[in-house]
Design a protein around this ligand. Structure first.
Ligand code: GAP
Length: 555
């Protein structure tokens, strides 16, 4: 299961999204009203898959942290759970820095009203880069006219379809001349068009004074202005400024607020972690790439508190463990990397951050963030101590001068925090993309190689025919498997359709094992086990099925 599957670079996102809708993994929110941009719902299979992912995180981060591995202090890692509100006191976001700093620079198009994230502008343009290179060679920019028909025809010969609302189609003269004036006659133009477009945008813009065109209509874009990312609402009857509250943009802050309550109410002592999962909200300027960048999403965050001197070792420890964890549930090989942030990439609070990144089909050959592991220093506790005026330091009785009685004098300090912050929607998406496999030689040409721990349906019981006592034997087996494994996911039972179709349905759902009951079962009490990934079949005793499945599921 952990061997590398097909590189995600070769997988079609359209096909993956179609499978997700067809089989009930992901639906667009408010689908029957045409959807709502940036919001996604999970169907029956997706909801269970995400629950399995959340529970795997909960189990391996809080209940049995790091699979019992010892931390850099030589002791088992200790963590406790917490569940905090989406809406908190507005001062929380003042203290955390979100009110002042949590904004993206936006540019508005005065022509069509479209908004573009200033820092992503060149990503839009780069998407056209291959075509532009050829277009600029094929069309004389200074003397020729860019006829839309000619442009569309040209695109078709390249096997491309130009969307009618692209700036290139709507206003090709402005758009192409914009690029052409920057490309033609420039010395030292890098050969690669991606670099070239970046080069044009950054270097030449200032020299020519021309403004960048809107990617939709081609009109020159306005200047960047900050756009606040937090959703606002009111708590209470009056919709006044005093009653204004915010939907949390991260689950992490809820943990810092209860650091003292947790220390006072439990026996945890530094170093220890507090985990929190739940919905977060960001009014993303350009939600895109399916569930990857949504406006409502789910996070699973651990805030791990330790002594400042030990924080570099804990940071390295969590970074490594988080990589191992994603690998353990099926993300493999070259599609998964750990990337250390450059100093200028760090968030306002961070003294060091690494990202676990996955090569999604829409980021390939590049990677997209799945989880960030940040060394947040003492930023958050210090900020909340300052703004709330409540002491959030910690008295460590294991440190300080050695006393004559053999004890320690103790040391008071604000702990440092290491934060592995994962996104469950991105995690679910990465697992689906990784598992998505196409093999035209199979009856189910598309199937999902989901790790058994994550698969929403754990097993299927299929009486080959709906007669001769086979359904009764099947039901007995189903009852046994349901009693033993039902809490980990669904067990499917189906007596209808031909067996090939039933297997194909399970393959698309990512169900790892099917148990088929046939005439031989009546004679010798054996069943066929079919493996989803290889299609291989073997016979085992019906009394061995639960043991076999338990071993495969690791429960
Ligand atoms: N407390 C730190 C924090 O929130 P972050 O990198 O902004 O850090 C952590 O978010 C994770 O949450 C990301 O790695 C990503 O998986 C997920 N995430 C963030 N914004 C998201 C969005 N708009 N849509 C889906 N997932 C998102």
């Amino acid at each position: 299961m952990s061997e590398p599957t097909i590189p995600s670079t070769t997988k079609s996102m359209d096909a993956i999204m179609a499978l997700c809708k067809r089989r009930g993994f992901v639906f667009q929110a408010s689908d029957i009203y045409g959807g709502i941009n940036g919001f996604w719902d999970y169907g029956p299979l997706g909801a269970q898959l995400k629950k399995n992912l959340r529970e795997a995180w909960w189990q391996d981060m809080i209940m049995n942290p790091c699979w019992g591995r010892k931390g850099p202090n030589g002791e088992r890692v200790k963590c406790v759970p917490l569940e905090t509100c989406i809406i908190q006191h507005p001062k929380v976001w003042e203290a955390s820095g979100h009110l002042a700093g949590f904004a993206d620079p936006m540019r508005k198009c005065p022509g069509c009203g479209h908004f573009v994230r200033a820092d992503q502008y060149w990503e839009y343009m780069v998407q056209w880069s291959e075509w532009l290179a050829s277009l600029i060679q094929n069309f004389e920019p200074h003397t020729g006219r860019y006829d839309t028909e000619v442009l569309m025809k040209w695109a078709r010969t390249k096997g491309k379809r130009l969307a009618p609302n692209l700036a290139l189609v709507k206003n090709p003269e402005v758009t192409l001349s914009f690029f052409a004036t920057r490309v033609n006659g420039q010395p030292d133009v890098p050969p690669d068009m991606k670099e070239l477009v970046g080069y044009i945008g950054t270097e030449q813009l200032h020299q020519t004074g021309l403004q960048e065109p809107c990617p939709r209509c081609g009109a020159p874009l306005g200047p960047p202005a900050p756009f606040k990312l937090m959703f606002e609402t009111w708590s209470g009857v009056l919709q006044t400024d005093e009653n204004k509250v915010f939907l949390r943009p991260e689950t992490a802050q809820g943990v810092f607020l209860h650091f003292k309550n947790v220390v006072d109410s439990t026996r945890v002592r530094i170093p220890f972690g507090i985990g929190n999962t739940g919905r977060s909200f960001r009014n993303e300027v350009t939600p895109r790439n399916y569930t990857y960048r949504s406006r409502e999403f789910e996070q699973a965050e651990l805030e791990f508190f330790c002594h400042p001197d030990e924080s570099p070792a804990w940071y390295a420890f969590w970074r490594d463990f988080r990589m191992d964890w994603w690998k353990s549930i099926g993300l493999a090989g070259e599609n998964l990397i750990l990337r250390e942030h450059d100093k200028d990439e760090l968030s306002h609070y961070s003294v060091g951050t690494s990202d676990v990144e996955y090569r999604f089909p829409f980021t390939a050959p590049g990677y997209g963030e799945l989880e960030g592991i940040a060394h947040r220093g003492d930023y958050d506790l210090t900020q909340h101590q300052k703004h709330s005026k409540v002491k959030l330091d910690y008295f460590d009785t294991t440190r300080g001068e050695l006393l004559p009685n053999g004890g320690r004098k103790g040391e008071r300090y604000i702990p440092h925090c290491i934060e592995p912050a994962a996104g469950l929607d991105r995690g679910a998406l990465a697992l689906i993309c990784e598992g998505y496999t196409v093999d035209p030689s199979r009856p189910s040409p598309e199937f999902l190689k989901l790790h058994p721990r994550i698969a929403p349906i754990k097993a299927a019981v299929f009486p080959l025919m709906d007669k001769d006592g086979l359904p009764e034997i099947g039901e007995k087996l189903y009852d046994e498997l349901f009693a033993k494994f039902g809490r980990t996911g669904a067990i499917d039972f189906d007596t209808k359709q031909n067996i090939g179709k039933r297997y194909a349905r399970m393959d698309e759902a990512g169900c790892p094992f099917c148990f088929t009951i046939d005439a031989d079962t009546v004679k010798d009490q054996t069943v066929t086990v079919r493996d989803r990934d290889t299609g291989a079949q073997q016979r085992i005793g019906i009394d061995k099925v639960a043991g076999y499945l338990g071993e495969k599921l690791g429960v």
